[in-house]
Design a protein around this ligand. Sequence first.
Ligand code: ATP
Length: 861
Amino acid sequence: MPPKRKAPGTQAAAAKAGRTSAMSTPGPATPRSIDSSVMSDADEDFDDDVSEEQKQREERLTKEADEFVSKFTLGAKRLQSHPDEKGREPRRYDAATPFFRKRDFSHLPLKPDHQNRPLWIDPDSCTIVLERFNPLAEQATDFLITIAEPKSRPTFLHEYALTPHSLYAAVSVGLRPRDIINTLDRFLKTALPASVRREIENHTRSYGKVKLVLKHNKYFVESVDAEVLQTLLRDPVIGSLRVHGSDKITTSYAPTMAGLVIPGTQNAAGVHQANLKQAEKKPSEPGDAANEADLFNALNEEDDDDDKEAVHAFEISDNNVETVQKRCLEIGFPILEEYDFRNDDVNPNLEIDLRPNTQIRPYQEKSLSKMFGNGRAKSGIIVLPCGAGKTLVGITAACTIKKGVIVLCTSSMSVVQWRQEFLKWSNINPDDIAIFTAESKNKFSGSTGIIVTTYSMVTNSRERSHDSKKMMDFLRGREWGLMLLDEVHVVPAEMFRRVISSIKSHSKLGLTATLLREDDRISHLNFLIGPKLYEANWMELSQQGHIAKVQCAEVWCPMPTEFYDEYLRASARMKRTLYAMNPRKFQACQYLINYHEARGDKIIVFSDELYSLKQYALKLKKVFIYGGTSQAERMQVLENFQHNPEVNTLFLSKIGDTSLDLPEATCLIQISSHFGSRRQEAQRLGRILRAKRRNDEGFNAFFYSLVSKDTQEMYYSSKRQAFLVDQGYAFKVITQLANIEQTPDLAFATPQECRELLQRTLVDNEKGGEDDIETDDLFGKSRGGNGRNKKLLPGNGVRRTAGMLAELSGGQDMAYIEQNKAANKALKKKAKAAAGAEGQSAFFRKLQREKERSRAQARAG
Ligand SMILES: Nc1ncnc2c1ncn2[C@@H]1O[C@H](COP(=O)(O)OP(=O)(O)OP(=O)(O)O)[C@@H](O)[C@H]1O
């Protein structure tokens, strides 16, 4: 028997340090390094400080380790001979133990050929670490994406977590518990820990046994196991929710399956068969990890549902669907939502296919294969980076199911856009795709079709117009094959509930780039839509040229003493203004604009702080857009930014966070942002991921975050970066910009100017800063039919992608609201007070009259 080797403690933490320091990057330069010419020699001075600090830290840790070893040697020996009372493998302690503490897994025996296997596992937290440089990394990644949640994916080591939801998703795509256990064991460098095996078994044993099926506009809880159904009916919560008067339990037969072709893929069925044949041909030698990987591919393709099985079911009412789903999860029988669309003879088929020249990209195909893995449509969420083509994924899903589709968007502009994209990519008859918005309430002409609408149109609880009521009755009275939910991360759970309880659809597909909420309510989406089916790797897509490569940097800007003194005693609101108005930050911004304009870049400067946005833009003589900018001016500015070589920098408030699609933009500078919002950071980065020039050789887009040193902004900044670091982006820290003092007309170069700036800032903001209160979106209120807007629709350059302004500014976003509650309440109070005070004023009476007149005109029209 080969001698047992020791596994090192997990290296993920070290590799996860995506946040690197430009002045402390020894060894070979990373390919994503920021252009060194923007940094000065001062970086090297800082390097020495870091090394000194590092030395001291190492000395302290070594001392701590020595003490620990002498203290615990006896205890360690005792532990070695006494297995854990829970039956876990005994742990050993040595000199390295204090460094890894609870994450020391050296007691797990390594397999003899561990070098060939790509996975490590933490038996306590079920965290899996993947070696990306291993030859089997590709196959292991496919497997992990199916069974686990990606947590962090920097260059060399990726971290995944096995969670109940991820295992639920794995079972829902057709993997059986033993498939998961065997394949995981084969990819692991160590034996599969008993605790992980138990965890997988516990969470998958009853998964997939209970299904929620919509038949003839009624919901049924279904199972092939009558005993399981009896158990559910005996449960006090579920039992009482069965629809009375319906048959106790009905029995029918499960539909059969056959190979499914996802349109737009390269001979999807052929690929399917070839994979199967390949797996059959290759004899799997034990220990040969390559063959194990093929085996996994074959497992994925297995189709073992051909036999007709008896299915038992009972009915529940629409209002109780979520309660039953939640209760089933609590008692260990999570409900799967599946739609056997090919055997649905009740709902009419929709004439729709992708256009012959449409080819979906490999990652789009992969995401859809998770949805249609076993030939039925599973409800769930697909996560793709901004600009990676979520719309086409949704359209392809619709072309696969070929039944009635309802698309829900965040704004009426996106509604128009979704319709256009459907017409562009598919052969749908324009009469079969209709729009339901405030301006247009059309139905499709045939027996089935596609309706594109907004979340607010279908959840509106105010008095509806006659047309809207009729339209809602139409939407409620039908069974839809597919519900496409765009930008699922921004919509409050309550809104989803209302949508889902009023409109019945056999399957739901949620689309988003950032499945992130600071309020942790993402898990609600698991009940309301379904599990996360697929999450693309941002780095991989940028390497393949589907999205731009971006270099990220955090620029540290020290504060002059007077500013810092003032900052220390300022109110929270003033603090934010002061760290945005820091003159050194202003200079850094000026320097970077000069530098990038000279390189031919188009630059967007983001500021959440309106005061600083205006001050910066006016002083630097650049154009700017914020909530108060008129519609005509917005359009003019954007058009100039796109086409005028003289206008290369645009200052933008948070209204452009998510709605903006300017492929010309190649550089982004952030001078103030929304606290620690990871999502805002990712969405802002998304603005340059579509850079037109992304496939030029050696092209890089740039993302700079300017932070005032030693202020709260530094804390928020590192928090904001967490999501992008986990996606593999490395943030360089720049402490000094090279030759900044030589910048022509450098602003605030003298102490006198700095003092004046401080005084002005304090006086101007005495009564509290201006808030960017948005009432419309970046592209204006008048959407759709408006000629001015049309100029900026796809094909004409600028295109918006989502969101009404209230959402874009964070107003309707739960994740933002959490931190903004007080401010929102104050605003509401203010508005009420104003309404009360001015209620009788001529201006308000006139406004009211105008509103009534336009309503009457609309009704008459
Ligand atoms: N398979 C494909 N072939 C060619 N072009 C594609 C493909 N998929 C997407 N695109 C193009 O990529 C661009 C981005 O697509 P889309 O607007 O759907 O991105 P998105 O993921 O919705 O972005 P965001 O999150 O920013 O809204 C579009 O111009 C689209 O036409």
